[in-house]
Design a protein around this ligand. Sequence first.
Ligand SMILES: Nc1ncnc2c1ncn2[C@@H]1O[C@H](COP(=O)(O)OP(=O)(O)O)[C@@H](O)[C@H]1O
Ligand SMILES: [Mg+2]
Length: 437
Amino acid sequence: MQGDRDVITVLLVDDIPETRENIKKLLAFEEQEFRVIGSVGTGREALKFALEAKPDIVIMDINMPDMDGIQATSEITKVLPTAAVIMMSVQTDSDYLKKAMQAGARYFLGKPVDPDELYGTIRSVYKSYEPIRRQQRSMQEMPLDIARKTTSSLSDDGQARAGHVIVVYSPQGGVGCTTIATNVASGLMKKGIKVLLVDADLQFGDIGVFLKLQSQSTLLDLVNKVEDLDTDFFDSIVATHESGLKVLLGPQRPEFAEEVEANPTSVSRIIEKIASSYDFVVVDTSSRIDELLLSLTDIATRVVLVATPTLASVKNSRFVLDLFDKMNYSPDKAIFILNRVEDERSRNRVTIPAEIIEKHLKRKVEARIPYNEQVILAAVNKGVPVVASQRDRSKSPIKEMLDFSDHLYSLLMEDAPEDDEQDDKKRKGGLGLRLGR
Ligand SMILES: Nc1ncnc2c1ncn2[C@@H]1O[C@H](COP(=O)(O)OP(=O)(O)O)[C@@H](O)[C@H]1O
Ligand SMILES: [Mg+2]
């Protein structure tokens, strides 16, 4: 993270010195653009060097003694999200390719490499990392008190983390749950903070679309392995967005949802098992009220209830808040927010002022997120969360979404009340029983 700069720094990793020399020579032809800052022969050396020198690009061989390129990639991308790994190997079969991508590599080049392909690949991979660099820079600019508090959890792996589960829910579709969940997850990412976004909208999950993420591995691979789930296996299933955000995608096709629904509490059990590896687990849900949803709200630290300022949406939210009361959730468990405020298209529909909604629900509206199609669409087209597309706090709805993420962050990480668990002990019994049917 050395700020803006024109030269792209490169680390070369290959056990054959001549190969490294050749690439170095090729890159030297374009010395205005690329600078080789290191050249090492093993995965372990690569990890050590990358941590110290923070290269923008790592060109990585696969077969090496000591730690191989796949493992080195996985380790480097875990601890250094701004480093983009480009694999380079004679092995170009799909199995290697898949393994490399799962480990966090961004591109795969065959050997011997064509110079123009090499230059072009480095340029485009570097460019695609701009949101991550921007995010890292904005973390550097974080107020000191927050920075100090978060560095305590900086050292990674094996260490228990806060494990806050934030479920984002609305009883109505189309109000912006997925938008809010994605942006809250991204907004919570600060230095040393690990965030996981889970797509638990099993039928119409759009997180993959919103973030342009594709993965062979999804939640589906976990549901039958809940009992003996370990973090290594979990890590191999989780996708990494270019912004560094970890994402557990939902089933690829709606019909697969049934498999998970046959075992509705599996999703919450998976989350319970891995929560302590993250500071925040943000869960996007569908609008259905079912056993799956309630098992999620049961384990949630907070439920973000999203509504729009319309009669139908407020009425449905009231129903959900009443239900939460019946389930003996503490009143501050649900955080009520409004999205699509000032929606142009709803001008001719009846929209209700937030103050009246507050009175009616006897609840504070914790955030009012304005309608802004342009900003939202631009981000979705790029496949990045709105708040990572431009961390421009002067712009709506970026400002409001970042403010809301910060609000959640300080609520949960700074006061850290440990009293949530006691009245939210795991509840047994079917949905009907809980609804009083
Ligand atoms: N604040 C907003 N301003 C403009 N468009 C929004 C806003 N929030 C969400 N949208 C758009 O509304 C649509 C529904 O949002 P989505 O997050 O998919 O809702 P849900 O998950 O509740 O169905 C999407 O097209 C999204 O881009
Ligand atoms: Mg959705």
